[in-house]
Design a protein around this ligand. Structure first.
Ligand SMILES: NC(=O)c1ccc[n+]([C@@H]2O[C@H](COP(=O)([O-])OP(=O)(O)OC[C@H]3O[C@@H](n4cnc5c(N)ncnc54)[C@H](OP(=O)(O)O)[C@@H]3O)[C@@H](O)[C@H]2O)c1
Length: 223
């Protein structure tokens, strides 16, 4: 089955999809026939997505009640791609401030909130996919990015747990597994947006299996 056939009619939500990677992913998914909703907290950033024909959802993904409320209005969901990011660091280990940790933690919180709210819909989907963009720093953390790498490691752990949830649901219902999770690790996203977006659009090409997420490192051509 081709990617185009695989995603036709499917609904994918880009949570925090208002940056460049959101644009690239929304457009890549649209070429496969998927219905795309872009969620963000900035109405100004969402407006051009609406103008280009994408559905939009204005919500602060750090606000659990707001996220739950927003997801109540989604009838079907086959893909969740949390994209809230943010980098703070530097200063070696002494420079890993609590302020930086609190700012970084919003991205993990958004992953938790959206996966939790989306779970009933994803679990009911005939082909659910969840993917995040993580960092090569998880495997090779640097002192100046300890907070960041730890937050990304926690995010990866959460996504592995979601993958286990898909596996367990299938096992409990004595049916084939339909959901799968992927972690894309990049060193820097700038210039890789189209490549990562193409990987996301192709997520439905492979049959899901296993109790943990796939981890895929996406390199620039010169890496
Ligand atoms: N950039 C890199 O080099 C790099 C490297 C490795 C991994 N990644 C990962 O790749 C993904 C995308 O990165 P990025 O740099 O494009 O991320 P980003 O710009 O920091 O965040 C993506 C979008 O999320 C929105 N957002 C932030 N907080 C939000 C909230 N509470 N509710 C709703 N929307 C919110 C932001 O808009 P506003 O803040 O204006 O609302 C932004 O447009 C992230 O998961 C990031 O950690 C990036």
């Amino acid at each position: 089955m081709t990617g185009r056939e695989a995603t036709t009619g499917r609904h994918v939500l880009l949570a925090g999809g208002t940056s460049d990677i959101g644009w690239a992913t929304a457009r890549a998914l649209r070429t496969t026939g998927a219905r795309v909703t872009v969620a963000g907290r900035s109405a100004t950033k969402l407006e051009p997505f609406g103008a280009e024909g994408f559905e939009t959802m204005c919500v602060d993904l750090a606000d659990a009640r707001a996220v739950d409320h927003a997801f109540e209005r989604i009838g079907r969901l086959d893909g969740l791609i949390p994209l809230v990011g943010g980098w703070r660091g530097g200063g070696g280990i002494p420079g890993q401030s609590d302020d930086d940790w609190a700012a970084l933690e919003v991205a993990l919180t958004a992953v938790r909130h959206t996966c939790r709210a989306a779970w009933p819909l994803l679990d009911a989907s005939p082909s659910a996919r969840v993917a995040v963009v993580s960092s090569t720093a998880v495997a090779h953390p640097l002192a100046g990015g300890a907070n960041y790498a730890a937050m990304k490691a926690a995010t990866e752990t959460w996504i592995h747990a979601v993958a286990h949830g898909f596996s367990k649901s299938a096992r409990d219902a004595s049916r084939e597994q339909t959901g799968a999770c992927t972690i894309f690790r990049v060193r820097a996203l700038s210039g890789l947006e189209e490549t990562v977006a193409a990987h996301v659009a192709a997520l439905w090409d492979a049959d899901p299996s296993g109790t943990s997420a796939d981890v895929v490192t996406v390199d620039t051509p010169n890496d």
